[in-house]
Ligand binder design. Structure first.
Ligand SMILES: *[C@@H]1O[C@H](CO)[C@@H](O)[C@H](O)[C@H]1NC(C)=O
Ligand SMILES: *[C@@H]1O[C@H](CO)[C@@H](O)[C@H](O)[C@H]1NC(C)=O
Ligand SMILES: *[C@@H]1O[C@H](CO)[C@@H](O)[C@H](O)[C@H]1NC(C)=O
Ligand SMILES: *[C@@H]1O[C@H](CO)[C@@H](O)[C@H](O)[C@H]1NC(C)=O
Ligand SMILES: *[C@@H]1O[C@H](CO)[C@@H](O)[C@H](O)[C@H]1NC(C)=O
Length: 436
C-alpha cells in the first residue's frame, strides 16, 4: 500500500513538473523552440516536452535559415581556415562570413542579409539548397572558393527581390549560364569569371539593370548577341572566352553608361562598327587577340574619354587615324601585331612618346615591322578572301561627333600635360583570379 502511495506521489510530482514545464514553454516567445527551464531539462525526455535543445533566435527569419546553413555545413568537404567551426548556435549573425540586417520589407525584423566567403577556400559539391533557400540575401560573395556543380541555381527565383550582388568568381562551377539569373530582377553586380561555364550567354542578361558584368575566363561559346548594347553596365568583361562574330552595332546604345569593355582574347571577326564612336564616356576598350579586321573607324576619334585602347593581335590594316591620335585622354594605344601600313605625324608623335605601340605591323620605315613578304602575303589573301573588305566600306570615314574635344572648346588646345594619370581599371582587375 505504502508502495502504491509512493508511486502515485512520484507520478503526481512528475505530472506537475511537466505542467509547469509546458506553461513555461507557452510563456516563452513564439520564437523559442524547446524549453530552457533548468528544472525541465534535468528531467527525462518523455516528461518534458518534445524538443530538448534550448534554441532561441533573435528573429523568426533567422530560425528559418538555421537548418539551411547547418545542412550546407555538412556538405562542405574542405575548410582549411576552419570557418565553419563558428557556424554553431542560434546567433547566426555572429557566424564567420554571415551578416544580418533589417530587411527592406520590415525594418524591425532581423534577417540574413549577406554572405561573404571571399577567399575562404571552402569546397562543396554544389550550392544548390543553400543560396536558393536564403530568401533575404542581398549580397553573396564567394570569390576563390572551390564550389562546384552545374545545377546550382535551379530555384534561385526565391531570391529575386533583394539579391543585387552575386560573385562566385574563381570557383569550379560548370554547365550552361544559369537561367535562374534571368529571374533576378534587381541584380546589379554579377561576377562569374574564372569558372567553367560554357554555351551561350542568354541575351536577356543584357537587359538587366547591371552595373557590373564579369564573364571573363569561362568557356562561353557564341556569336555575340545582337542586343549587347542594351546593357546598362559600366564594366563588362567578356575576355578569355570563345565568343565569335562581329562586335554588334548596337554597342553604341550603351553610351550613357559604358565605361570599360573587354573583348580580349576571343574569336571575334569582321570589322569594327562605327557606332563604337558613340561611347563618349568610355575609358577602356580592349579587343586585343581576336580575328578582327578592316581599318580603325574615324569615329574612334569621338571617344573623348578614352585612355586605353587595345586592338593588338588582330588583322587590322590601313592608316592609323590621325584624329584618334589627337584625343588628349589617350595614354595607351596598343596596335601591335596587325597590318597597319601608314602613320601620320600626330600618330608618329605618340609612337615617339611611347603611347602608341605599332610593333610588328607593315609601316614602311618604322622599326620592328613584319617582313615585306609577310605583309604582301596578308594583303594578297585578304583581297582574295574578302574583295569587299568590310560590309559597309564607307562607314569607316563617318564621324558622328563635332570633335570639340580635339579642336578646343573651353579646354583650349591640347597640351601634352592634359593627359590624365591612368587610374586602376576595375575590368583589368577582373582579369586577376583573386579579389583584393
Ligand atoms: C516585423 O518583424 C518583427 C520581428 O520579427 C515581427 O514581430 C513583426 O510582426 C513583423 N511585422 C510584419 C508587418 O511582418
Ligand atoms: C577544387 O576541387 C577539385 C575537386 O573537386 C580539385 O581537383 C581541385 O584541386 C580543387 N582546387 C583547389 C584550388 O583547391
Ligand atoms: C526589385 O525589383 C522590383 C521590380 O522588378 C521592384 O518593384 C522592387 O522594388 C525591387 N526591390 C528592391 C528591394 O529594390
Ligand atoms: C598598354 O596596353 C597593352 C595592352 O593592354 C599592355 O600590354 C601594355 O603593358 C600597356 N602599356 C603600358 C605602358 O601600360
Ligand atoms: C559638340 O558636342 C557636344 C556633345 O557631344 C556638345 O555638348 C557641344 O555643345 C557641341 N558643340 C558644338 C559647337 O556644337
Amino acid at each position: 500500500m505504502a508502495y502504491t502511495i509512493a508511486t502515485i506521489a512520484l507520478f503526481t510530482l512528475l505530472l506537475l513538473s511537466c505542467l509547469l514545464c509546458s506553461s513555461a514553454k507557452s510563456n516563452t516567445r513564439e520564437l523559442a523552440i524547446g524549453i530552457d527551464d533548468a528544472k525541465c531539462v534535468t528531467r527525462p525526455r518523455p516528461y518534458c516536452g518534445r524538443s530538448p535543445s534550448p534554441m532561441k533566435f533573435a528573429d523568426k527569419r533567422l530560425k528559418q535559415v538555421y537548418p539551411v546553413i547547418q545542412a550546407f555545413k555538412k556538405r562542405i568537404t574542405r575548410d582549411p581556415q576552419g570557418v565553419t567551426k563558428t557556424w554553431v548556435g542560434t546567433n547566426i549573425c555572429k557566424y564567420k562570413g554571415f551578416y544580418c540586417d533589417a530587411p527592406p520589407d520590415n525594418k524591425s525584423a532581423i534577417a540574413l542579409a549577406s554572405a561573404d566567403f571571399n577567399g575562404f577556400r571552402l569546397a562543396a559539391p554544389t550550392l544548390k539548397g543553400f543560396i536558393d533557400k536564403l530568401p533575404d540575401l542581398a549580397l553573396f560573395h564567394a570569390n576563390s572558393n572551390n564550389f562546384s556543380g552545374n545545377d546550382i541555381f535551379a530555384e534561385l527565383d526565391n531570391l529575386q527581390h533583394y539579391l543585387y550582388e552575386f560573385d562566385v568568381s574563381n570557383n569550379n562551377l560548370a554547365g550552361q549560364f544559369p537561367p535562374a539569373f534571368l529571374m533576378l530582377n534587381n541584380i546589379t553586380f554579377l561576377d562569374i569569371r574564372y569558372n567553367q561555364f560554357s554555351g551561350p550567354v542568354p541575351p536577356q542578361i543584357f537587359a538587366k539593370p547591371l552595373d557590373v558584368l564579369f564573364l571573363n575566363n569561362n568557356n562561353f561559346d557564341q556569336f555575340l548577341p545582337e542586343n549587347l548594347g542594351s546593357t546598362t553596365a559600366l564594366y563588362v568583361t567578356l575576355a578569355n572566352n570563345h565568343f565569335s562574330g562581329p562586335i554588334p552595332r548596337s554597342i553604341g546604345q550603351a553610351a550613357p553608361t559604358l565605361l570599360e569593355i573587354l573583348f580580349l582574347n576571343n574569336r571575334l571577326s569582321g570589322c569594327l562598327p562605327y557606332e563604337i564612336g558613340y561611347l563618349n564616356r568610355l575609358t577602356l576598350f580592349d579587343a586585343g587577340l581576336n580575328q578582327l579586321t578592316g581599318p580603325i573607324p574615324f569615329s574612334f576619334a569621338c571617344l573623348e574619354k578614352i585612355e586605353r585602347l587595345n586592338l593588338a593581335g588582330n588583322k587590322f590594316y590601313g592608316a592609323v587615324p590621325e584624329l584618334l591620335c589627337l584625343v588628349k585622354s589617350l595614354t595607351n594605344l596598343s596596335l601591335s601585331d596587325n597590318y597597319f601600313t601608314f602613320v601620320g605625324p600626330f600618330c608618329m608623335a605618340l609612337v615617339n612618346r611611347g603611347v602608341l605601340d605599332l610593333r610588328n605591323n607593315c609601316v614602311p620605315g618604322l622599326p620592328f615591322q613584319r617582313s615585306a613578304l609577310e605583309c604582301a602575303e596578308f594583303f594578297f589573301y585578304r583581297f582574295l578572301e574578302h574583295p569587299k573588305f568590310c560590309d559597309h566600306p564607307f562607314w569607316f570615314a563617318y564621324i558622328p561627333c563635332n570633335l570639340t574635344h580635339i579642336w578646343g572648346g573651353e579646354r583650349g588646345s591640347g597640351a601634352v600635360t592634359d593627359r590624365p594619370v591612368t587610374a586602376k581599371s576595375p575590368s583589368y582587375a577582373a582579369l586577376e583570379k583573386h579579389r583584393t
